[in-house]
Design a protein around this ligand. Sequence first.
Ligand SMILES: *Cc1c(COP(=O)(O)O)cnc(C)c1O
Length: 391
Amino acid sequence: MRRPRFIDPFQPAQVRRLVREFGSPLLILDCERVRVQFRKLRKALPRVDLHYALKSMPHPAVVQAVIEEGGFLDLATTGEMQLVQRLGIAPDRCIHTHPIKREQDIANALQFGVRLLVADNPDEVRKFSRLSAAAQLLLRVSFRAPGAVCDLSRKFGCDPEDLLPLARLAADLGIGVRGLSFHVGSQTADASKHVEALAACARLMAAARRERLGAFDTLDIGGGFPIEYGQPVQDIGRFCAPLRAAVAKLPRRVRVIAEPGRYIVGPSAIGVASVMGRARREGRWWYYLDDGLYGSYSGQLFDHARYPVEALRDGAERLPSVLAGPTCDSIDVIAENLMLPQLKAGDLVVGRAMGAYTWACASEFNLFPKATVVAVNTRAGDTGSVTPWPL
Ligand SMILES: *Cc1c(COP(=O)(O)O)cnc(C)c1O
């Protein structure tokens, strides 16, 4: 029997091989790591259905890996829905969680067969009044999270005081409400905000049920699970311990779902860029890479992340160095004050933990193309397959 070839895509020899085969810049996505992350989170939250939030890295190989692990999906746009549809995934594995949608986005989601959608205000709820039989709602509640790196509760969600009036409106319009959702923000330091929000939602759901405003048997606790970017974070089991305890106190009939993005895909990819050229300026070496802040490193701006970077070159002598992106904009600098061995054109620089909010928010400014994504270990049991994308 042929043993499946396991690729450790983060080994320097493999990185070099993949660059020879697919060019540079690359984003090397390890689906085995996606599966490992998924299993770790499932073990940490055993009663919770995990809906992978596509926006963090909308790549078919991640979606497939999550589905094959028995997971679910969190879609927010028609584009994400079309990706999932093309992969032949059953719509009942998906929820649509954008609180503000065009009528057409709602129609598209319902036509595909997604039934559970999110709303957070009266205007949005009214959009469902003619579709009441087809759609069921989660009402998104907002809880402020000043501790989160990205506080998403400012932009979306209704105040807890406005929840019951909103649920009454939905009931008056004959729209089925399945429950509540919240998203306290991304890369949260601990689960205290999640636990607080969960407890508040449990009380609101009980109140809504007492008023017979809908089923209120589903609670969506959002994403926000943290990963390491060179700085230690709570291990996921420990992070989730208070959440597990809070979930255990919910009535058994309540289905709990979560929407992890970063945790599933963040550690599962590395970025690989090549030195295009170099210059010595004011006592430091400047290395100009073919990927930068307008590309895979865009998360350093949009996501406030700092990816640990290293050069794939040995050298005892380390010199003060700057890593810059390729574009003509002076803001496009990845890291300063680094000590690196002396590099030359063609040398590779690797960034770690670059799966989430990197390629997804990259642009092609100056017409430097986005990194090619190479997914490896795409199938459990056939771990040697390599799929470049887009083809
Ligand atoms: C972005 C987003 C997520 C994913 O958040 P992570 O911090 O990546 O886990 C989940 N739910 C909603 C509604 C989001 O907007």
